[in-house]
Design a protein. Structure first.
Length: 402
């Protein structure tokens, strides 16, 4: 499939793997000097100079500014041209489909949102296609080079198949095949947690860390795993489904059909279920007043708000979830021995209520050699990081498959 060209910039000028390595380094790290490109890539200084000259001539990058003085000549810093490619991104969330036109510099020029709370799985797919069509036909969408799709749940990224998306009910939906068949534009599909990991790693404050696990805790639990500076996908492209590791074999049934998965014990869904069950059993809570006695209307935000007001039940269920989350994080640390574990997702809104209980469990269960070398942090970046990650994935695909 042919790639559209934007503003007469031809990515075919990237050439071979060394050129691709330089482009990706400048995209992710720029503005950056040629000397630092050589250090990061392992290429020789003359090779970097030759490649950068060729890419500047093609308009893919430019000499952006003069760097700070550190002895000798002040370096010239290179920056990627944000207009080297423009893409449409569809983010399939639990309550809406959000569509964006974004360039290679992560700049959003247009966005559309559609509420999908009352739509069935076929209608959600139709809504996604409608949004992509509207963005591709918009003035800002002229010469779109690629389409990226973020979806919850496990995916086979290479084939672009959504294996199971709990928020939409999709099972084995060939998104790449469907979208490319309709729009004839290269399409890339990724799980939201892996997209978040890519975005946080390449564009956040963590890019110098070689081994990290990004754990997203919301309605479900997923993760993105960075090993030796690369996203780890696993043999079947299904690595990262930490939410479906068992932490209590006698626990409640999970959405995957098994019992006692981390997702069934420590997600925001589990949090709500615990609170609702406790109220039905006769425990009093401010939560009931917040939902006008309609206990089935309880959302995680009600529990966080009640906890802020000192509600005993809200604090108790948060501590309960925190202990199981601590078990899950402990397993992650003992298995991967990472430098960093990032906890993101909706649970960050109540993080101050879960942190102590979670850390107490982690300290008890993590091997001393692993615990001594790991940092555990909370991040509220969420969807912004996922957007950056899918753009990075799309650009990587365009550069390698030009």
């Amino acid at each position: 499939m042919l790639m559209a060209e934007t503003n007469n910039i031809n990515l075919k000028a990237v050439g071979g793997p060394n050129e691709a390595l330089v482009v990706n380094t400048v995209r992710r790290r720029g503005p950056i000097s040629r000397v630092d490109i050589a250090k990061l890539t392992g290429l020789t200084a003359p090779t970097v100079t030759n490649i950068s000259g060729k890419l500047i001539e093609a308009g893919i990058m430019s000499e952006y500014m003069i760097g700070e003085y550190s002895g000798g000549r002040r370096p010239v810093l290179l920056k990627a041209n944000p207009d080297m490619a423009k893409m449409v991104i569809a983010d399939i969330r639990s309550k809406e489909v959000a569509g964006y036109i974004i360039n290679a510099g992560l700049e959003i020029s247009k966005q559309i949102r559609k509420d999908t709370r009352h739509l069935d799985k076929d209608a959600v797919l139709a809504a996604m296609l409608d949004i992509i069509a509207a963005l591709c036909s918009a003035e800002e969408g002229e010469a779109v080079a690629a389409i990226g799709i973020i979806v919850r749940g496990p995916v086979r990224s290479a084939e672009g198949v959504s294996l199971f998306s709990p928020s939409t009910g999709w099972r084995n939906v060939p998104l790449k095949f469907i979208v490319e068949g309709q729009f004839h534009i290269p399409t890339f599909v990724e799980n939201d947690m892996r997209a978040m990991a890519l975005g946080s790693y390449h564009y956040g404050p963590y890019r110098d860390i070689r081994n990290a696990v990004f754990l997203g805790v919301g309605g479900g639990i997923g993760s993105g795993i960075i090993l030796n500076g690369e996203l780890y996908r696993g043999l079947g492209d299904s690595a990262g489904e930490i939410g479906h590791s068992a932490v209590d074999i006698d626990g409640p049934v999970c959405s995957c059909g098994n019992r006692g998965c981390l997702e069934a014990m420590a997600s925001e869904t589990a949090l709500v279920n615990l609170a609702v069950q406790a109220v039905k059993e006769g425990h009093t809570s401010l939560i009931t007043d917040m939902v006008n006695q309609d206990i089935e209307a309880v959302k995680p935000e009600h529990i966080y708000a009640a906890a802020e007001q000192g509600d005993g039940l809200a604090v108790e269920v948060l501590h309960n979830v925190a202990r199981y989350l601590g078990v899950g994080v402990s397993n992650v640390i003992n298995i991967f021995n990472p430098e960093l574990v990032i906890i993101g997702g909706g649970i960050t809104k109540g993080y101050k209520f879960i942190e102590d209980s979670m850390m107490e469990v982690i300290k008890q269960r993590v091997l001393e050699s692993c615990y001594a070398s790991v940092r555990i942090e909370c991040s509220a970046e969420g969807r912004a990081a996922a957007l950056n990650g899918i753009v990075d994935l799309v650009m990587q695909g365009l550069i390698l498959n030009k």
